[in-house]
Write a protein that binds this ligand. Sequence first.
Ligand SMILES: Cc1cc2nc3c(=O)[nH]c(=O)nc-3n(C[C@H](O)[C@H](O)[C@H](O)COP(=O)(O)O)c2cc1C
Length: 175
Amino acid sequence: MNAIVIYKTKYGSTRTYAEWIAEELSCEAVDVKKLKIDDVLKYDTIVYGGGLYAETINGVNFITKNMEKLEGKKLIVYSTGITPLHCREYYDKMVIEKNFKGDIKDKVKVYNFLGKMIIEELSLPHRAALKTLKKIMSGKENPTEMEKMLIELCEASGDFSDRGAITELVEYAKA
Ligand SMILES: Cc1cc2nc3c(=O)[nH]c(=O)nc-3n(C[C@H](O)[C@H](O)[C@H](O)COP(=O)(O)O)c2cc1C
């Protein structure tokens, strides 16, 4: 297998997963900043990872805007985020809808992993964004399940990364 793992990270969580996956696939993990799309066309299997920011997979347009060039490749995308596992079924579908328009979702296999968010490590704009989101959601009279989940998300702090979670992705990449 001829594979590459590409990642975009702000706080390191997605890079950690990229390194774990690359180790399992015996290939390289490379920061997307160092690559142009033409650099990856020599690989048959392309894994892209990005953290979730307001449900958007960081930098995923590296893949989605280049679907024509990537025709015929095995494309795998993973996100890292801190959405609690009990909300995942609903949430993961939403992430797919938001990030993969039209028939792109049928051409990319998507996995979602728990990542890391340590409040003290966040940039000031990120801390402010979470504070504002929490304020808005907490002010709702009858919050929906989604809104309750967002409040929970704003308060979460910790490293929830789990190497065991990559097994399915690795098996799919190798198959
Ligand atoms: C401003 C902000 C928005 C976020 N939005 C989401 C989100 O919509 N869904 C989610 O599950 N996690 C969200 N997170 C958590 C990050 O996705 C999580 O920390 C991720 O592992 C970061 O990956 P990275 O450090 O590789 O960039 C958010 C974090 C911040 C700071």
